[in-house]
Ligand binder design. Structure first.
Ligand code: KG4
Ligand code: ZN
Length: 338
């Protein structure tokens, strides 16, 4: 089975071709980072317009790179939500129309399901069930993953998502956008222990998160225009606070559920310190952590093509019409019997 995957939910245009026997045949990403950089965040209308410009040329490039004629494609998967309405509509309209023209099934993918399944693209195979820690610019959640489409949220952020906290804190510290990689880099020069920020909600039971207070705590000390070293020290302390919080809650969730496999995915899971700490924590519990390769932690078409393959294989497909769902809880998906 050969699936074309389209991801246009936010500021990255991702296109990929996945083959069930040969694996990932080709993937391309066009990141709009430069377009939005001046605004310090994603401007939805600009994002939609750029997806319109980039998606078709990327599809052509993927067909060529994967040496695939449209007749050899068995289905098209597109991200239908959650995300920016206009941006989602570009991928959904294009994906649904191409599927109609090529007479193949189309399948609408939940963006976070794409992230959640992305470690399955790696050589070390991972099977259901597992615990998932999904950390991106829009979401922070711990989910009990029992099978395809069968997800129960155990904890989530009550305010800012982790990636959002990285982005806002980076802006505050004058480190640029996107904030995650900028903070990770600055933190390498930071002296440990110069600042200490709270580990929100770790002192009480439960698996929910709250990150907006952390940003405020940084703002309070960043007030008196720090030098480069001071900024690096704050970046380090912020990153430590976030990572320790994520590790504590993930550990708690593993202990509560009895899962021995943890998936960490979404943009923030590209963070090398987080990856190392989760590896240490899972090892100490006799469990194992699985990640996507760093380039597939952030948004990409490969995870959508792969999720599309699993769903099409299970007989899922969309009717002729299509819709997008800018707000869409992952628990609303139906379990797929394999
Ligand atoms: O999954 P993603 O590409 O898009 C969403 O679905 O939101 O995640 C983007 C988020 C941004 O907030 C970005 O700052 C964060 O992931 N991020 C990181 C790192 N790389 C990206 N956060 C921490 N450390 C990183 N290395
Ligand atoms: Zn994402």
């Amino acid at each position: 089975m050969r699936i074309l995957g389209l991801e246009t939910s936010c500021d990255d245009t991702g296109v990929a071709m996945y083959d069930s026997t040969e694996g990932l045949l080709a993937h391309r990403l066009y990141a709009q980072t430069a377009l939005h950089a001046d605004y310090g965040g994603v401007v939805p209308e600009l994002a939609s317009r750029d997806h319109i410009r980039k998606t078709l040329p990327l599809i052509r490039a993927i067909l060529k790179a994967a040496r695939t004629q449209p007749q050899k494609i068995d289905g098209i998967a597109y991200t239908a939500g959650p995300g920016l309405a206009g941006a989602l509509l570009v991928g959904a309209a294009l994906g649904r129309s191409l599927a109609f023209a090529w007479n193949v099934p189309a399948v609408a993918i939940h963006h976070m399901e794409g992230h959640l399944l992305s470690p399955m693209l790696e050589p070390d195979p991972l099977a259901f069930p597992f615990l998932a820690l999904l950390v991106s610019g829009g979401h922070t959640l711990l989910a009990d993953v029992r099978g395809l489409g069968d997800y129960r949220i155990l904890g989530e952020s009550l305010d800012d998502a982790v990636g959002e906290a990285f982005d806002k804190t980076a802006k505050l510290l004058g480190l640029g956008y996107p904030g995650g990689p900028a903070i990770e880099q600055a933190a390498q020069q930071g002296v440990p222990g110069r600042f200490h920020f709270p580990r929100p909600m770790t002192d009480r039971p439960g698996l929910d998160f709250s990150f907006s207070g952390l940003k405020t705590a940084v703002a309070r000390v960043a007030n008196n225009s720090p030098d480069d070293q001071g900024t690096a020290d704050m970046a380090r302390a912020f990153q430590e606070a976030v990572i320790e919080t994520l590790v504590i809650k993930s550990r708690r969730a593993l202990e509560q559920t009895g899962h021995t496999r943890l998936v960490a995915a979404g943009g923030v899971s590209a963070n090398r310190v987080l990856r190392a700490r989760l590896a240490d924590m899972t090892r100490s519990l006799g469990a194992k952590v699985f990640y996507p390769r760093p380039e597939f932690c952030t948004d990409n078409g490969a995870m959508i093509a792969y999720a599309g393959y699993l769903r099409l294989r299970a007989g899922h497909q969309e009717p002729r019409g299509f819709a997008v769902r800018p707000r869409w809880r992952i628990e609303e998906l139906d379990a797929i019997k394999s």
